[in-house]
Structures are given as C-alpha cells and as structure tokens.
Design a protein around this ligand. Structure first.
Ligand code: NOJ
Length: 740
C-alpha cells in the first residue's frame, strides 16, 4: 500500500513538474517574442477583425484588410471559417514581420455543422454530461474547419423572456447555470487546449447582460451588489474554475459604467480577485459604443478607457488600432497594460500550438471526415429528445401506444426546417434538418396515414387555411399541431414586449380543438411563450424549443413513447408579460399572500395570480414517481459538519423513465432577506417501472452560505428549511435543520 502511494506521489510530482515546465516554456517564449515586438506590433495583436469581407473575390476592402493582416495589425479574425479560407488568411498573417499566427474565432453556439438543440433547450435536460458531449462535438467539428475559438458558452443568468437572448443561455438559475457553464467549457476545450478536437471557449457576456432593463437588448443594468455577486457572477466564476480560455465583456452598463470600460468587473474581480490568466475580448464594437453611452467622448477616449479597464482585445471597433499607439506615446496609457494584454493573447496562441504549426486546425482530410461523422447525428437526436418538456398530458393521451390509422399534422411549423435550428447557426445545412413531418413519417409512416394542413402562418392575419385544417382534423384519430416561433424571433436583438404566441396560431388551435378530436400541441420556440388558451384546452403539450437538425426524429421519439420525456423547465413561464421578471426564487415580502381569496393590501396583482403558468423545474413524464421514507442524519449541524438527506424514489407508473429530483433550501431568518427557495442540488435518476432507489444528498455549510451586506460569503447560525421536490412548486418533503 505504502509502496503504491509513493509510486503515485512520484508520478504526480513528475506530472506537476512537466506541466509547470511546459507553462514556463510558454511564458518564456511569450516574453522573448514580446521583446522583439514594436509598440505597433503589440497593438496589432489586440485587434480582431470580422472576415466577411476577407474571403471571396478580391475587392478593395479585401485588399485593405489583407494588407492590415500582412502588416501585423490583426491578432484575430472572426467569421472566417473552413479550411480553405482559414489557410488563405493565415498565410497572409505569416507574411507579417514576426509571422505571428492569427486566432480564428466564431460563434459556435449550439453546433458547427451538426446543429444541436439551442442552449436553453439543452438546459432543460439537466443532463450535464450530455451538454458537455454536444459542446465537444461542436468543438471537434469547428476545430476541423480551421476554428480555434468559439464565443460560447453564454453564461448570463436570464430571467426575462422578453430578452431574445434567453435562448442562448442556461435559464434563470445560478446553481444550475454554473454547473452547465463548467460542463460546456469542458466540452469545448476537451482534454487539453492544443488538441485538434478542442477549441478555446469564451465565457460571455461579462457581466450581468441578462439583467438588461425591461428585457431590451443592449440596455443598461442597475443591480444591487447582492444580486451581482449571488446571481450573476457565479456562472462566470464556475467557467474560470473550469479553465475557460477567454472572456467576452458585455454591451450593458453596470451601475452607470459600460462593462467594456468597467475596471471593477474586469480588473478588480476577474483579473484580480479571481486571478484570471486568460484574455478578455470586447463584444462587437462595444469599445466604440461607449461614445453613444456618453461614457467616452471619442474613439481615443474609448480606447484609453477600455484598455485601462482590462479589455484586452478590440472586436471590430478599430479604436485600439486607431489610437492605442499614440495613447501610449503620449503617456496616457501605460505600455505595461498593453504588454499584459498582448502576453495573455500570445500565451493562448502558444497553448493552441499555433506557433509550432499555424495550420494545425486547417486540414482538408480531417475537415471532410469529422464534418460528416454520422455519430454526431445520433447525439443530436438524443440531445433533442432529452430537451423536450412535457407540460400537459390529459387522460394519458401520450404516448401514442395504440396504433392510429390517421394522424392530422397541422400548423405552420409542421414542415419547417430552418426554423428548427433557431438562431446562431454558422455553418448549418438546411437540407440535413429533419422536420416534424419527416420525423413522423419515419416513425409512424408505415402503419399510419399522415394528413397535413398548414392552417396558418406563424405571423399574419390570414385564416384562409383554417377550413382545410378543420377538415383533416375531422378525418383523423388525433391531431398533432406544430406552433411557435420562426428561427429569427428569438436571439440577439430580438427583444419583444409581447411574448404571446403570434399571428393566428392560437385561433387555429381553437378551431381545430372545436372538432372534438384530441389535440397534442408541440411548441417550437427560443423563449418561454405565453399560450394560455392552449394551456387550458390542449389535451397534451410538448415544449420542443428549437431542437436542431434531428428535431423531427426527437419529437417523434417522444410522441411514440420510444423516449419517455424527462425535461424540466430551466426558466419560469409567466402567465402574462406584466409579471416579468419572474423567477422561482423570489422574496416573501412583508406582505405575502396567505389566502388567495384575500389579497387586499398584500403583495399581489389585482388582475392576475402571482404564480407563473409553469414554474422552474416543472416537467412531466409518462410514468409517475413516488417520494417516500425521508430521513435526515441529524437536524442540527456545526459549521464543519454536514447533514445527509436520504429518501426513496419509486417509479410507480408503467413506463421506465427519468426523474430530476431537486433539492432547495430556505434560510428562515438572516442578516439579509433570503429567497423563498434556492436550488442547491439535483440528481437525474433513471428507474425501470416499479423500481425504487435510495437517493442521498449532503447539505453542508457551503450550501447554506450567501453574501451578507458586506459581501462576505457566510453561513449564519439559525434554521433552514430543506426541501426535496419534483419541481420548484411541487415539493414532496420539507424538513427543518439548524446551523449552530
Ligand atoms: C455580438 C454578440 O453579443 C456576441 O455574443 C457575439 O459573440 C458577437 N456579436 C460576435 O458575433
């Protein structure tokens, strides 16, 4: 035993020595290179240009950009992709005096060639391994097409579905979002940066972009310190701990200072307190945008403020290129700041192995092979079905176990393809997307006749297609309707004041439902929508988000029962826009509603319940789960102990299935008011029909801690409620423990 331990120790020391030697070598190589660089060449490394005009036919714009690259004015390109183009542009960079290779970056958000579900959909799976796997495949494909760096994951906590970018993140919860942030970073970055199946990840948008006022994109943010530290920063810290290579700052202000010019965020917190060693890229044009914000008077002023605040790379403002050399020469910006930024960027270029082989990621053979790997489709289908949330299932209409002779497929999204990929696709191929119609044909086509009517458009007033829809509904045993959003209705710059399902879609549903036929509604969207009529009257509802290439097959897997849905909402669905922002972890207030019949002078709306339509953590299964036999190892704990919580989970229904068991806590009395519930742990468990398992959670002081008014991370003695549930609004057990 002792011998084994000593061998292990020697191996560990050896490995440590090797990694620190490698690190030292990179630092030394960075320093030697830096010593050779002129100030102009240093500033050159800090510029990122978009490549839309660099590829394709020769033009004056292309010639100018290529000249800038050849003259060493560009450190990175975005939006150049594919082996052919990245090789051409990298060759230009290698004509510069110091031959410093470029970093090629791209928004690989939910897939490169193979498109996976949008990030918000994947978050509904609560399956961290699955999310790591899809990020890894996205990285592998992008890396095979010359890309070194993705602008993902977006780790902004988002509680306002008016904000179109909710589609790009992990939803409203900080704990879940932090775990997902780490999983995605690990997925993109693989085992090690420099491997040809890994790309650099980028935690964005630093910080608090998800709290944009009124859900309007690019807007100001005004936050308490508590909210910043407790809600918005932890997913970023989690990305740092997972080794994220880069950060992107954000378009918003935070308490009056644009994030790009915010030294508190970038220097004090990120590079200071968290000792972050990677680099920060600005968001597109965000350095220049400090001028219309009224925070900088011109580009030179903006460049000075951004550099001083810790923005290392300028994405497309050209403010660094235009002014930084002069600002240093005039003594307005210390050259040491520029050196630090350059060092961080060069370090990553070395780490990616680009100095040893600038074309390492631009290999025609690998590109052809990896981009056509059929296994990626299988993973996309699995990720798709895991992301679907069953919101309603009256009279066990689903799954379609008994064979149907005729199914009517109705709605504007039945045959849609492009829409199923949603926003943020960079190299997608519409032909490879499986529509719901195709998925249903694949699954049911042999035995069942499928009738189709579009019925209505996603937007617009026409009801011309209603008669046909009603006609085929009448001819069928059951109706499946596909309604929701087109791909461009959620995403960046897609803020809305009205998130009700659009056009005549709800009217179409009512007309079809009036036939008396059972109706399953499949909703496809990038955000929580409001669809109250459908909630009230549909027989079954599946929330299928935008599921990517394999959407149709994944949905058909769930409708047929080949896959039992297990998704749970990662974001609250409101009843009306007036309730927004709305999340499960609200505060009780001094005037909580005790009796819904008596809301006078209570913290209530007189025209709506406070509760959401569907709560965070909600989602049904075809089976049922029974929670029993809870035990706590103790009801008191000291700061150094923990309490073990165990209970029995039984699959009490007739189908095998997965349950996401959720643990919440509530601090009863504290020096700052605490939320009614906070998610602190969860487990996704598979049980065969009739099977039981004992599940264990551990509650330690760490899980009871929070930021006090001095922003210290503390757990205060007192009582806490420990809750175990199947959704944030469906708690099965609640027990009190006391921290002594
Ligand atoms: C602006 C977006 O905010 C950001 O997320 C994205 O990475 C950049 N544009 C680059 O496309």
């Amino acid at each position: 035993m002792i011998r084994r331990i000593s061998i292990l120790l020697v191996v560990c020391i050896g490995l440590y020595a090797k990694t620190s030697a490698q690190k030292k070598t990179i630092s030394q190589r960075v320093d030697s290179l830096l010593r050779l660089m002129t100030l102009e060449e240093k500033v050159g490394q800090l510029n990122q240009y978009s490549g839309r005009q660099v590829t394709g036919p020769v033009s004056q714009v292309k010639t100018n950009l290529l000249n800038d690259i050849k003259n060493g004015w560009v450190g990175s390109m975005l939006n150049v992709k594919g082996v052919k183009d990245t090789r051409e542009i990298q060759e230009a960079a290698l004509q510069s005096r110091l031959k410093i290779p470029l970093l090629f970056s791209l928004d690989v958000i939910h897939g490169y060639k193979t498109v996976f579900p949008i990030p918000l959909a994947e978050a509904a799976s609560w399956d961290l391994e699955a999310m790591q796997q899809t990020a890894h495949i996205a990285a592998k494909e992008a890396a095979a097409a010359g890309i070194h760096w993705t602008f993902a994951p977006m780790v902004d906590v988002a509680r306002d579905p008016r904000w179109g970018r909710v589609m790009e993140g992990a939803g409203e919860d900080t704990y879940l979002g932090s775990l997902i942030a780490a999983a995605r970073v690990k997925g993109f970055q693989g085992k090690q940066l420099g491997n040809t199946d890994a790309i650099m990840a980028c935690a964005k948008h630093f910080a608090a972009y998800g709290a944009s006022m009124a859900g309007r994109d690019y807007n100001a943010v005004d936050l308490s310190d508590q909210a910043l530290w407790e809600t918005y920063l932890p997913p970023f810290k989690s990305a740092v701990d997972a080794g994220v290579a880069t950060f992107m700052n954000s378009f918003n202000t935070l308490n009056g200072i644009p994030a790009t010019g915010n030294a508190y965020l970038q220097r004090d917190i990120l590079k200071g307190k968290w000792n972050y060693q990677g680099f920060v890229v600005s968001d597109w044009g965000s350095i220049g945008e400090m001028i219309p914000w009224g925070y900088a008077k011109d580009d030179a002023d903006a460049a000075q403020k951004a550099m001083q605040a810790g923005s290392d790379m300028d994405m497309e403002s050209r403010a660094y290129k235009g002014h930084l050399v002069k600002l240093v020469k005039e003594g307005k910006v210390a050259e040491a700041l520029v050196d630090d930024a350059v060092r961080r960027i060069l370090y990553k270029k070395f780490e990616m192995g680009l100095f040893d082989n600038p074309f390492k990621f631009s290999d025609y053979k690998r590109e052809a092979k990896v981009l056509n790997d059929p296994k990626h489709k299988t993973v996309a289908r699995e990720a798709g079905r895991k992301s679907i949330v069953l919101l309603k299932n009256e009279a066990e209409l689903l799954p379609f176990t008994k064979s149907k002779s005729k199914i009517a497929l109705i709605g504007p999204l039945v045959k849609a393809k492009r829409d199923l990929n949603g926003s943020w696709t960079v190299n997608a191929d519409t032909n490879q997307i499986v529509s719901l119609y195709e998925g249903m044909k694949n699954k049911f086509g042999k035995k069942t006749e499928l009738l189709y009517a579009q019925g209505a458009e996603v937007e617009g007033e026409s009801r011309a297609g209603f008669d046909e829809a009603v006609k085929i509904a009448n001819q069928s045993d059951v109706v499946v309707m596909a309604l929701g959003e087109t791909w461009d209705m959620s995403g960046e710059a897609k803020s809305k004041t009205n998130i009700h399902i659009t056009g005549q879609q709800e009217a179409l549903f009512k007309a079809v439902k009036a036939t008396g036929k059972p109706v399953v509604v499949v909703l496809m969207a990038g955000r929580p929508l409001i669809f109250n009529e459908i909630v009230a009257k549909a027989d079954a509802i599946l929330y299928a988000w935008w599921l990517g290439d394999e959407a149709g097959n994944a949905i058909a897997d769930v409708l047929s029962g080949d896959y039992n849905p297990s998704g749970k909402l990662p974001i609250t669905f409101p009843r009306s826009e007036g309730q927004i922002p709305l999340s499960y972890n609200y505060y009780n207030t001094g005037r909580p509603i005790k009796d819904p019949e008596n809301i006078i002078y209570k913290s209530a709306y007189i025209d709506s319940p406070n509760s959401p339509m569907y709560a965070f953590g909600y989602g049904l299964s075809y089976t049922s789960f029974n929670y029993s036999d809870i035990t706590l190892s103790a009801d008191k704990l000291n700061a150094s102990d923990s309490v073990a919580v165990s209970f029995k989970l039984t699959n009490s229904g007739k189908y095998a299935g997965e349950e996401v068991v959720q643990l919440y806590i509530k601090d009863e009395v504290a020096s700052v008011v605490r939320p009614m519930k906070e998610l602190k742990d969860f487990k996704k468990v598979f049980l065969k029909a009739g099977e039981s398992k004992t599940l264990n959670f551990t509650v330690s002081k760490e899980k009871l801690s929070f930021y006090n008014s001095k922003l210290e991370w503390v757990a205060e003695p007192g009582d806490f409620e420990i809750m175990i549930g199947t959704a944030s609004d469906n708690i099965k057990f609640s027990k009190k423990i006391t921290l002594q």
